[in-house]
Design a protein around this ligand. Structure first.
Ligand code: FPP
Length: 263
């Protein structure tokens, strides 16, 4: 059964309660990463400009962040803006940045009341100063929180992250013989965090899109046709339930079924 915090948030009789009651708290993914996709298509289906899809996507972000914290996830990472997204029309990029700033301002209290620590991952120094200031303020205000860590991937690329980690290793003078997988992982933007157990992608696309390339080595992937602006707590619960049914092998063989009475 899911956490009390989650159940307290779902009104009695709501169908999400049924889903929440099926969640096994001892098999929770430590880290869920989400590729939020389909905002443009959501807007096109309604004959609206693309930016309206991003605007509607904020409601999905709000719901997903709170549901994840109440569910007891250790880390939630949302892919908000990739290093490739600068190729989009200037007006779309600036709307995305404004939405992000507005989100941070309006949601700070929710982050604080849910004990969520906010963190940006990506090449932050290439963002505009006003965006950087807003991000830094939200990081500072939530730094002492001890609950879920909420990463926003902004100006993020998985290959860029690996290059940045390699540069850091060189700058820090780490000797080649001292560099193993664990040490290298500690140099990534997500250093110190568990790798994602579950990677969710919305809008039916079957791509990884340069997201957390190192960290998703053993992640279970769950793809839904739901477009990001329509994604809600229900879909997160469905993804977690699907994850809990998976047989994770990490390159080994399936665990043999336990015979009745045999320890
Ligand atoms: C992909 O949809 C979505 C994005 C590139 C941006 C996601 C951003 C938000 C939901 C808003 C800001 C985020 C936060 C965390 C406050 P797409 O435009 O590629 O859709 P399409 O594939 O249908 O065209």
């Amino acid at each position: 059964m899911a956490s009390e915090e989650l159940l307290a948030w779902i009104p009695p009789g709501h169908p999400d309660r049924e889903l929440a009651l099926q969640v096994a708290p001892d098999r929770m993914p430590a880290h869920v990463a989400i590729i939020m996709d389909g905002n443009g298509r959501w807007a096109a289906q309604r004959h609206l400009p693309r930016v309206e899809g991003h605007r509607a996507g904020i409601d999905a972000v709000r719901d997903t962040v709170e549901a994840s914290a109440r569910l007891g996830l250790g880390v939630l990472t949302l892919y908000a803006f990739s290093v490739e997204n600068w190729k989009r029309p200037k007006a779309e990029v600036s709307t995305l940045m404004s939405l992000l700033k507005r989100y941070l301002r309006s949601e700070l209290n929710t982050l604080l009341s849910n004990n969520i620590r906010f963190q940006v991952i990506g090449r932050v120094d290439e963002l505009a100063p006003d965006v950087r200031d807003e991000l830094a303020a939200a990081e500072a205000r939530t730094a002492a929180n001890t609950g879920m860590c909420f990463n926003i991937a902004l100006n993020y690329g998985g290959r860029a992250e690996i290059v940045d980690a390699a540069r850091r290793a060189i700058r820090e003078g780490i000797r080649p013989d001292d560099l193993d997988e664990a040490r290298f992982a500690s140099l990534l933007y997500t250093g110190g965090q568990a790798d994602p157990d579950l990677l969710i992608r919305t809008s039916g696309e079957m791509r990884v899109s340069n997201f957390l390339l190192w960290q998703i080595a053993y992640a279970e992937i769950w793809v839904t046709d739901t477009l990001w602006p329509d994604f809600r707590r229900q879909h997160l619960l469905e993804a977690v339930l699907a994850y809990q049914k998976r047989d994770r092998r990490y390159g080994g063989i399936a665990a043999p079924p336990v015979a009745a009475g045999v320890k």
